[in-house]
Design a protein around this ligand. Structure first.
Ligand SMILES: [Zn+2]
Length: 211
């Protein structure tokens, strides 16, 4: 179930409540430890142009969700709202939220990678931020080295570049792409599913990767 605690564009958001509530209940079945009711705060933060949707796991029981009222393809947008709810709820389940940080660059990559693979496996969507298929393995390896070298402070000062757009490397979503690439390798090598990783910390998962 959901409880809306803030509207931004009520005429767009209110009609979507029933669907959002259904989507959350679907995740709840997969991850029963989540709160029975999640609070939804509608905002305009972090909308992705390709889907007209943005999401943020604000705290253990609040999801911020942003919906572009002018996005034309409403069917695609609804699909992406569903996968965004899956993604953010996975973060909450793993206690990777705005209230629980800060997290290092590598922890960010691992947690974002897990949530991105979860939405891909359970909603069937390769989100542009997690789609590393067009990226060379050399680049992914180099970015992983870059992320490992960042101190927590350096990452906090520059996280927007690594998470969203790096102006010198001219690349988007480095953290997500490296993360999804690592998670796929862990799942394949260890013969695990993404649900098997749901109860593990980023440090545990990174150890599995380095094994
Ligand atoms: Zn995320």
């Amino acid at each position: 179930m959901i409880k809306v605690i803030h509207y931004l564009n009520e005429s767009t958001e209110k009609p979507l409540e029933v669907s959002i509530s259904e989507y959350y209940d679907e995740v709840l079945k997969l991850l029963p430890g989540l709160p029975k009711t999640v609070k939804i705060y509608f905002s305009d933060y972090g909308i992705i142009a390709a889907s007209g949707v943005g999401g943020y796991a604000y705290s253990h029981d609040i999801i911020t969700i942003s919906i572009d009222p002018d996005f034309q393809d409403k069917k695609k947008q609804l699909k992406d709202i569903r996968s965004t709810i899956f993604h953010e709820a996975f973060h909450q389940y793993q206690n990777y939220t705005g209230e629980s940080g800060p997290f290092t660059a590598i922890e960010n990559a691992i947690y974002e990678g897990m949530a991105t693979v979860f939405e891909r496996e359970h909603c069937g969507i390769w989100q542009p931020y997690g789609d590393y298929r067009e990226v060379s393995e050399d680049s992914l390896k180099q970015w992983l080295i870059n992320l490992k070298e960042l101190s927590l402070k350096e990452f906090q000062d520059t996280y927007r570049q690594w998470k969203f757009y790096h102006p010198e490397l001219k690349e988007r979503w480095i953290v997500y792409k490296v993360g999804a690439w690592i998670i796929d390798q862990v799942l394949e090598k260890q013969k695990l599913t993404i649900l098997d990783l749901s109860t593990k910390t980023a440090a545990d998962v990174f150890k599995l990767y380095e094994k």
